[in-house]
Design a protein around this ligand. Structure first.
Ligand code: GUN
Length: 280
């Protein structure tokens, strides 16, 4: 048997086209400002793609680049300025921040209605409580890929491997809100392979190359691989051993070309919905 490959690239392209059409009909131009501190090369690449995708969708995308030597007070002042700027609908501070800057005080300072990353405790808390709010982009993207794969979530057994604030926790909340029965696994979980084999839906978000093996996957399960790991030979692999998973699963996302492209599309979607909510 061979699994269906869930094509995140084409789902993301469709979503971006729909967002561009939506933006074209608005009487204003939604604004997204990304703040990056320091020179981390991977972050530089991500931030450039975010700005480019925003502009292609008709969103006023802008990047503020700050030196790695910036103080917390300087970064807070930038965030407060964006909170007060009526042309800015969405604010994203790229993570990780260079040491010794702490992420949490910065995230806490972002106006929740402009928090298109969905990381502010108000938005994260609203999600857990099943209330409307801005939802983190990678988790939203993963949910759209489950829909694309035709997954039935109600009553399904789902396992989320990884409990990060950026991915694992919000995905677990989204799955719970969709009436799945959710197990959150992490570094202290006992008998992880056996836990995983019980699942109809597997979300791998641990950041360990190819940790989830084919014999961890129940026949026909739907597997969403959130991991992007660069291994010794320079290639990118996910948290799932793809070649093994494809033999067992019902559907599986590739890396790259699975969840990755969805994250930016969902960021644009959040920016437009933040703009609509703020501007009426
Ligand atoms: N770094 C990697 N992914 C993300 C993300 O989704 N949001 C932010 N702010 N930083 C990131």
């Amino acid at each position: 048997m061979s699994a269906a490959i869930i094509d995140g690239k084409s789902v993301a392209a469709r979503l971006r086209a729909a967002i561009a059409a939506d933006v074209a009909g608005l009487p204003y131009r939604p604004g997204l400002t990304v703040v990056i501190v320091g020179e981390d090369p991977a972050s530089q690449v991500y931030v450039r793609s975010k700005e480019k995708a925003a502009l292609a969708a008709g969103i006023a995308g802008r990047t503020i680049r700050l030196p790695a030597s910036s103080s917390e007070a300087e970064l807070l002042a930038v965030v407060r300025g964006l909170n007060a700027d009526p042309e800015v609908d969405g604010i994203l501070v790229q993570l990780p921040l260079p040491a010794p800057l702490r992420a949490q005080p910065i995230i806490d300072a972002i106006e929740p209605s402009k928090d298109v990353d969905g990381l502010h405790p108000i938005n994260a808390g609203r999600l857990v409580n099943g209330l409307p709010g801005l939802v983190a982009c990678t988790p939203s993207g993963a949910m759209k890929l489950l829909a694309e794969a035709g997954a039935t979530l109600r009553g399904a057994r789902a396992i989320v491997i990884g409990r990060s604030v950026l991915v694992g926790r919000p995905i677990a909340a989204l799955l719970t809100n969709a009436d799945a029965t959710v197990t959150i696994a992490h570094s202290r979980t006992r008998e992880l392979a056996a836990e995983c084999r019980r699942a109809d839906i597997v979300i791998a978000a641990v950041g360990r190359p190819e940790m989830v093996r084919g014999d961890w996957i129940a026949p026909g399960a739907i597997v969403i691989d959130v991991g992007i790991n660069r291994i010794a030979d320079g290639t990118l692999v996910g948290d799932v051993a793809f070649a093994e998973a494809v033999e067992v699963a019902g559907a599986v996302t590739p890396v790259p070309g699975g969840v990755g492209p969805m994250t930016i599309a969902c960021l644009l979607e959040n920016t437009v919905s933040a703009a609509k909510a703020r501007r009426g």
